[in-house]
Design a binder for this molecule. Structure first.
Ligand SMILES: C[S@@+](CC[C@H](N)C(=O)[O-])C[C@H]1O[C@@H](n2cnc3c(N)ncnc32)[C@H](O)[C@@H]1O
Length: 276
């Protein structure tokens, strides 16, 4: 599938179209903290940091320093400055950080864009300290979430099934590089507080999947979504259950690991330091 360059169109719509409700950002921060190494402060790499949706929050949660590494200049230049954050040009296949310099790597909706995934995984292993953790949020082709917009544009689901790696593939890649599964957590993500605000955002086409759809199927789907939004009488949040894959470097984490002998995660496990 053709690579999406965020410098082309997505940079102009991403921040507005993918704005995250504050309570959701806080929920994600709590999930990240529950699976992170327990010490503070932590050095964190936000890999594929985009417009910095999470980068300053990571500095607030973990103390930092936090490095936001992002290849798209136009995405990077929109990221909010923060005293604990340094944004750097770079990509997963060549991370501009020294060996064993990070305690935590966040990969939020970016791994499917990485062209040379084995090279990226080797780089992540290189920059992680022993005992470090990787938090990877992605759609997985073998565990497709039930997303509302897929019901209005069914072709989007088909595209995403081809676009995203399977969980099996990701687990194998990281496992082979010495980063076994610690857990896979299901998180209920709130995308928007109401159908009308969701529809308004979708009109911006702020998801790279749109770049692979025809104009006709987009217009038909968004028109139907607008009609549904206009008929909404009581605003209800638009949510879906999504996956966070937690990977570790330390074999002594095996007590909380739910992987079977093939490296497949057996299901959701609770974080060892969970406070939620
Ligand atoms: C869907 S955005 C996610 C941005 C951010 N993580 C967030 O959640 O808002 C995907 C980002 O991954 C970046 N990206 C694409 N290929 C990459 C690579 N090889 N290494 C690092 N980042 C990459 C894109 O430029 C884009 O900013």
């Amino acid at each position: 599938m053709e690579r999406v360059d965020y410098d082309a169109r997505q940079h102009a719509v991403y921040a507005a179209g993918r704005a995250m409700p504050d309570d959701m950002r806080q929920t994600w921060a709590e999930v990240f903290a529950a699976w992170a190494p327990p010490e503070r402060p932590l050095t964190v790499l936000d890999l594929g940091s985009g417009t910095g949706r999470f980068t300053p929050t990571l500095a607030g949660t973990f103390g930092g320093p936090v490095y936001g590494v992002e290849p798209s200049e136009r995405m990077r230049e929109q990221a909010a400055p923060h005293p604990g954050v340094e944004y750097r040009a770079g990509r997963a296949e060549a991370i501009p950080l020294p060996d064993r310099s990070c305690d935590l790597v966040l990969m939020f909706l970016m791994f499917h864009h990485v062209v040379d995934r084995p090279a990226a995984v080797a780089e992540i292993r290189r920059v992680l300290r022993p005992g470090g953790r990787v938090l990877l949020h992605s759609t997985f082709a073998d565990r497709m979430p039930d997303l509302l917009w897929h019901r209005f544009i069914p072709g989007a689901r088909t595209v995403e099934q081809r676009m995203f790696p399977t969980l099996t593939e990701v687990v194998r890649l990281f496992g082979a590089a010495g980063m076994p599964v610690v857990a896979i957590e299901r998180v209920r993500e709130k995308f928007a507080p109401s159908l009308s605000s969701y529809a308004a955002r979708m009109r911006l086409r702020p998801i790279s999947t749109f770049e692979h759809l025809t104009e006709d199927e987009i217009v038909r789907g968004l028109t139907a979504l607008d009609r549904a939004a206009a008929a909404e009488t009581t605003p209800r949040p638009v949510t879906a259950e999504v996956d966070l894959l937690v990977l570790g470097t330390d074999q002594s984490d095996s007590a909380s690991t739910r992987a079977d002998a093939t490296g497949e995660p057996a299901g959701t496990s609770k974080p060892p330091n969970a406070t939620r």
